[in-house]
Design a protein around this ligand. Sequence first.
Ligand SMILES: *Cc1c(COP(=O)(O)O)cnc(C)c1O
Length: 730
Amino acid sequence: MQSQTAFTHIQILQDKIPYPLQGLAKLAVNYWWNWSSEQLSIFRNIDFEKWEECQQNPVKLLENVSSERLAQLAAEPEYCQQVLNLVTQLEQYLVTKNTWVDKNFPQDQLQKTIAYFSIEYGIARSLPTYSGGLGILAADHLKSASDLGVPIVGVGLLYRQGYFKQQLDSTGWQQEIYLDYQFEELPIELCRDTQGEVLTVTLQIRDRQVKAQIWQVQIGRIHLYLLDTYREDNEQIDRWITGQLYGSGQDTRLAQEYLLGIGGVRALQRLGIEPQLYHLNEGHAAFATLEIARQLMESTATFDEVRPMVRDRCVFTTHTPVPAGHDIFSRDQIAPYFTHYWQQLGLSKEAFLDLGNRHPGKDSWEPFNMTALALKMSRSANGVSQLNGKVCRQMWSCLYPNIPVEDVPIGQITNGVHHRTWTAPLIANLYKHYLHPDWADRVTDTQIWAKVEEIPDDELWGRHQRLQAALIAYTRLQVKEARERRGESSEAIAAAEQLLDPNILTIGFARRFSSYKRGDLITYDPDRARAIFSNFEQPVQMIVAGKAHPADEESKRIVQRLIEWSHHADIRNRLVFIEDYDMHIAQKLVQGVDVWLNTPRRPHEASGTSGQKVAFNGGINCSILDGWWCEAYQEGVNGWAIGDGADTDDTESQDRADAESLYELLETEIIPCYYDRDSAGIPHRWVQMMKASIRTIAPYFNTDRMVADYVNQMYLPKHEVSKRAKVGMH
Ligand SMILES: *Cc1c(COP(=O)(O)O)cnc(C)c1O
């Protein structure tokens, strides 16, 4: 059992912080601060520069800020009152018995724990446990689960170096930088037993006993447990199992997934947590099902006997819409890891490897597929948008040879975003004023969102413009620093101050660079794109960000081509790349752009969520009809659709047609609408569309709705479906 001792960070910080501000220590160790503007500013206001220097990590900030500054703040009654209020708010938040779950599922089975497994979590900039959309989704899931009172715990890995940091050299080629994070400086705590000893789990990996320790992260009401093998008593090579996210070779990846799945189940047991249900987010954690089976078999049952019991305890979310994207390991790779394991499960090597086979009964030549394992061992499964669900049913019908494709048991729950995290304070305050003081708790109520129409155009536009100005200032600073680092000329460095213009239509494009996302589709016809960007009367500018996977040369080349294109004299100030895309840059971008561009090759975008963040801030989407946008798009109302949503295997002609469609939309609809102004400079038609974007997207594409869908469709036992409850209605 875990001891109930408080975070040691709290004690250390409280020794340093003057009495009236002691509450800051409590706020610093719960990522709850991350999801509202007021909470954020409490730390930012201590020392803005240090806050940024410390990667927005409140523990590090409080450790590094001077005692004089703290004494100064302690003498400001207003600031002290703010701290007190927030601590009271947090304490109430933590103990309230008035959540959505409390109200709708009294004494229900839901009161027991659900364990959520994911290989990445994008909780805040300071916690290096994510790379992209999968991690953001997992963290937004936990944040909304906390808000709704869903009894969930998260399980993941803590990476010594996180994902890489991106820098571009002077030719636009991506360089990867790896830094060691200092875990002692993070708002996380090692789990210990009642004697104060660090809790560990031991696993047999590559013929050695490897020990993993467990870190606890507090996310509102929810605990997230992260496993870490960086311990003195492990061999060097085993310490680096949790060295990097998606960084190392296939063998380390297999070790990571072994640790996540099998180590994760053992860690929960070690902590005295008995989950009633396991939710596997993507195939990475599928080995968890084997460990659940092994534990159930300890009471002398056979694997076949416990298999239905395992299935009854597991649900699975699949994201990847292409066979090649799935997590697969060769049989030769898998075998050494599991020799002792299939014996314990009472299985032959063949029977064991068959669990990861896509074509049951066929000769076993296929690699071991983690999605196949997860599907076979889960009671229900879902894709992450309507279209993705359909694609997944087709792709996996091979596992269910005797039933029609439409009956393949994979459903869908469309992804959303945690609106409290992603909505700019300036805009949230408008919602508070014009929609409802509790708009965030009632986010699924369409009647509240209808009141967006009551916001005066100039007010919404004015706030949007302020956010855009902030984004531009931020972008200039990032570029300036990058140019300084590259040792560029003083003219080039000074010129960064002139980049971009707040009076020009601003397109944002930021996501992982991966060839299916076609980050350079906008420059498909370089001359036509140049003409659009450099149009004298009605120009266009674009801010781009995103990392290519270190091994993905093709995508690095896409980044480089974009940069090369932007060097043309006509558009020198009009396309800017921000290096090292992360959550913080994402926040700035989604809150400040006019148009959010997304150009995936359909149907490769499982859902996508960044465009939903944009909508909460009044930005407008222009996207291929793929992922979530198929469901949200209303023609002529809330945004633009590139192409006609048809599927073709001929990528060359698809790229050409989609680029043509994008240019035409820009030239005939988007640009004229943006520059259609009244005498005061307000683009009323544009603002109308901003409002439609908010009104039609916000009530559905949020994680409160999404988590409620998971509760109703996946978490509730099948015989309890009559208990399904709507969320956000009062
Ligand atoms: C929201 C977000 C994503 C997901 O973006 P999509 O491409 O829309 O899936 C990726 N990275 C970061 C940093 C994000 O904030």
